[in-house]
Structures are given as C-alpha cells and as structure tokens.
Design a protein around this ligand. Structure first.
Ligand SMILES: Cc1ncc(COP(=O)(O)O)c(C=O)c1O
Length: 391
C-alpha cells in the first residue's frame, strides 16, 4: 500500500517545507565554502562575512530596525529571550508579563524570581486568550523595569496588544520585550511602530530558515544596559581578554551557525519577493477556511478568537470525548496529517483556557506552502474521526 502524502500542519513549531533556495543556500555553503564568519582573511572567510552581514541587513529591513548592528544572532528564540531577560533584569527589578507566554519567557522569569529576587506579575487573559492592556498598565509599579509580552499566542494564535504595551512602557519609563516567534513572516512587523525595545524571534518558523537560529533586536542604547550572558571569542579585538563592547560582538561569542544564517537569508529573500502583505492574506485565507471547517463539526470546540483578523495561522481545538494526543496520533496514522497535541509549552495559557486538565489541545498551524486542499483534507479527517467517536 502506498503511503498517503504527508500533510504538515505543525508550522508553529518549525516551518516545513522551506523554499527551494533555502536548501540550495545551505548545501552550497556546506559543499563549496565551509569557512567561519569573521575569523579569517582568505577569500571564503570574507565572502561568509559579507553573507552574514547581508542576512543581518535583511532582518533589519524586515522589522524596520534602525541599524543592522542592532540585530544579534542567537541559537533560537528561546536563547534570544534568555539573553534579553538575564541580560537586563537585576535583583529588585519588577517585570509585568502575561499568562499567555511560552515557557521560553515563563521559565527564565520563574528562575530569576526564585534565584535572583526579581519580582514578576503575570496578568491574566480573557476567554479568547487575549490580554487586556489596562491590566498591564494596572500592574506597572515604580520599580517596573520591563513588560514582556508575546506578539501572538502559539496555542490559540491570538494577537496581543503589543502596540498598547509599547505606549504603556513609554509612559512609565520601562522597556518592552516582544516575543515575535509566531508573527514574523506572517505579517508586517515594525519595531519602531510597536515601540519595542527588545524583540526576539526564531529564524526557523515563519522566516523559513533552518533550525538552530534565532535573533534578538535591541533598540539603539539598549545594548549598553544589556549585559552579555556568554563571553568568548568573537574574531575581533582578539588581543584582549575582555569581552568587546561593540555591537554585535558583545553578544555573539563563539562561531555563528553560518549554514542556518545563509539559509535564513534565502528565506528572507523569498518572503520579500512573495510580499509580506500577500503572505498575510494567504495565512488569513487558510485560517478562515480552517476555522469555518472545524466550526461545522459537532463536538469540536475552538479555543481562541476564532477570527482570522485577530490571530495568526494557529488554531487550537478540543473534541468532546477525545484525548488530544490520541486524536493527533490517529490523524497521523490514518491520514498522515501532522499536528501538535498537548500543552505546547504554554502551561498558564492552558490553565486560563481550562484545557490543562484535558491534556491541552490539538493545534493546527498552517505554513507558507500549505494549500487550501490540505486544509480541507484536515477538516475532512477531523469530521471522519469525530463521527466515528460519536457513532
Ligand atoms: C511564542 C513562542 N516563543 C518562543 C518559542 C521558542 O522558539 P525556539 O524553538 O526557536 O526556541 C516558541 C516556539 O514554539 C514560540 O511559539
């Protein structure tokens, strides 16, 4: 029996497939170049240095950063968020965050709270999984150093009031850290318009690069108050045994993940050529189709805004009488449809949604190459499986 074609709907974890040019860029580098960045005077090393600078420029253009040097490469979004939180917060500082956050913000903050005397307020969300900006403002205190807010939930896809949080941060003289892991590549994002002092994201999700890469944007001046959390070789000022203060070297110790950076540059060029507005429409169209299809199935409950204008291409559901992991297993084994089931690294979000005791949700997340046909097949499979359960 032939295998059914794989339908990958776990793009919120990491995107797949990638544009053809991403595969080519990684292969070309590995086969024909292989030199490190910033550590040699020979031809290939200089070429890699130019290519890394090009990727930094493309990222700066993507988010309207003031200068490419304000972008620091990290291992992933988690690493970028850790750099922002550990680099900035000191004993006695207060942070306002939300229950919507991913563990990549919740866990560093819990650690800083327990180990270093940082104070943390976690504001709630409503039934759609959206935070009220007034609750953020009420939580701010004189000693508040930072507001840390997710741009869109990785559980429900719900967009959060990040721009209002930026205004609150300005009014109260604190900084705003945005976790944009689920929004970059899905919609236009402008750090200056958001009022973000720090923005963390992955290169391997909506930006279509390989795994093992993320970045942190820091607004001009923030690099001076942020401490490096890792020190080491940068290929610059090698005659000194102290970490350089210059950007981005201060935060980029050790060899960079050059294959992933070159792949990401190809992904960013793909996004630029396809157009972010057009991609945003693609995501909204698929999300609307998915929501309409799932809404029509008896026993399926959608968690989150259930409105394509208020979310990214991430949809979470529960099905009466089904354990999410069991249903996800059946979707894969019977239909080769691959989704994420469980708590999706967002325990407080599931507590707020009331889904934590049911083992979380089943999460569908569409990608840049997902087709309407694939969405329809996923909806048909869900209808078939839930009908079998009811019958
Ligand atoms: C909202 C959000 N933040 C952070 C992360 C962590 O991303 P990474 O795997 O690149 O560390 C994820 C990944 O799922 C996410 O969805």
């Amino acid at each position: 029996m032939s295998q059914p074609t794989r339908i990958y709907l776990d793009n919120a974890a990491t995107s797949w497939p990638k544009p053809e040019t991403v595969y080519q860029a990684v292969e070309r580098y590995l086969r024909h170049c292989g030199a490190p960045a910033g550590r040699g005077a020979y031809r290939e090393a200089s070429e890699v240095e130019r290519e890394v600078a090009r990727c930094r420029r493309l990222l700066a253009e993507l988010i309207a950063a003031e200068d490419p040097r304000q972008i620091v490469f990290t291992c992933n979004a988690t690493d970028a968020l850790n750099l922002a939180l550990h680099g900035l917060l000191r004993p006695g500082d207060h942070v306002v965050t939300s229950v919507v956050e991913h563990n990549s913000v919740l866990r560093p903050l819990r650690f800083l709270e327990q180990q270093q005397g940082v104070q943390v307020t976690r504001v709630p969300c409503d039934q759609r999984g959206v935070v009220d900006p007034a609750a953020i403002e009420r939580a701010v205190r004189p000693e508040t150093r930072l507001i840390a807010l997710i741009h869109a939930s990785n559980v429900t896809g719900a967009l959060q009031p990040v721009e209002q949080a930026g205004q609150i941060a300005r009014r109260h003289g604190c900084l705003l850290l945005v976790d944009a892991a689920q929004t970059l590549g899905h919609m236009p994002v402008d750090v200056q318009q958001l009022g973000a002092h720090l923005l963390a994201a992955a290169g391997h999700k909506g930006l279509l690069g390989p795994l093992g890469l993320g970045f942190l944007y820091m607004a001009p001046g923030v690099e001076q108050v942020l401490q490096s959390v890792r020190q080491g070789g940068t290929g610059t000022h090698s005659d000194q045994d102290r970490q350089p203060d210059s950007q981005p070297d201060k935060f980029e110790s050790g060899n960079l993940n050059v294959p992933a950076i070159l792949g990401l540059a190809a992904g960013l060029e793909y996004l630029r050529d396809r157009g972010l507005e057009r991609l945003h429409e693609h995501y909204q169209r698929l999300t609307a189709r998915l929501l309409d299809g799932l809404r029509a199935i008896a026993g399926v409950r959608i968690h989150g805004p259930a409105d394509p204008a208020s979310q990214v291409g991430v949809v979470s559901v529960t099905v009466a009488g089904y354990d999410p992991r069991e249903l996800a297993g059946l979707l894969d084994s019977a239909f080769a449809i691959q989704v994420r089931a469980g708590i999706q690294c967002a325990p407080l979000m599931h507590e707020a949604l009331g889904t934590v005791h049911h083992g979380g949700t089943i999460r569908f997340s569409v990608g840049a190459f997902t087709s309407e046909r694939e969405v329809d097949q996923a909806v048909e499979a869900m209808a078939e499986l839930t009908a079998a359960q009811v019958g």
